[in-house]
Design a protein around this ligand. Structure first.
Ligand SMILES: [Zn+2]
Length: 141
């Protein structure tokens, strides 16, 4: 097989280069990984696009849902096995909950804190294939 980066005949393995998979030799594999590492450090936000993102008013949704259930921040924190200060910071939008915590909050408070990344969906839809977004929707049913 021929390396897709340097064109040399060699044993290849799949490498991620700038988000796309290419077959590369050992030499280029190392270069690709290095490049990726540098990129990650400089432009974190433009790396891989999430399919679902946290809604903007997540803090309000969480707060309202918690109050509806008659729970204090302390109680909610305890039930989720988290610190009360974390819940406080999330409800005042100082901290964005981790994806794990989002899942826990969604399940516990019966709310939806994520929305699909519209641009991503639009891009994919044009190809006419089943999108990741569609797959997520199917899963949710
Ligand atoms: Zn190569």
């Amino acid at each position: 097989m021929i390396c897709e980066i340097c064109g040399k005949e060699a044993k290849l393995s799949p490498v991620l280069v700038e988000g796309s998979k290419v077959m590369a030799c050992k030499n280029c594999e190392t270069a690709g990984v290095k490049q990726r590492f540098v990129k990650k450090k400089t432009s974190r936000s433009t790396m891989s696009r999430p399919q679902e993102i946290l809604i903007q008013n997540y803090n309000q949704i969480i707060k309202e849902a918690r109050q509806k259930k008659g729970l204090s921040q302390e109680k909610l924190a305890k039930n989720l096995n988290e610190k009360e200060s974390l819940i406080q910071n999330i409800e005042s939008a100082k901290i964005r909950p981790s994806s794990d915590l989002i899942k826990k909050l969604q399940a516990y408070l019966d709310v939806n804190l994520l929305e699909e990344y519209k641009e991503y969906e639009y891009e994919k839809k044009e190809s006419g294939k089943l999108t990741l977004g569609d797959l997520i929707k199917i899963k949710k049913k």
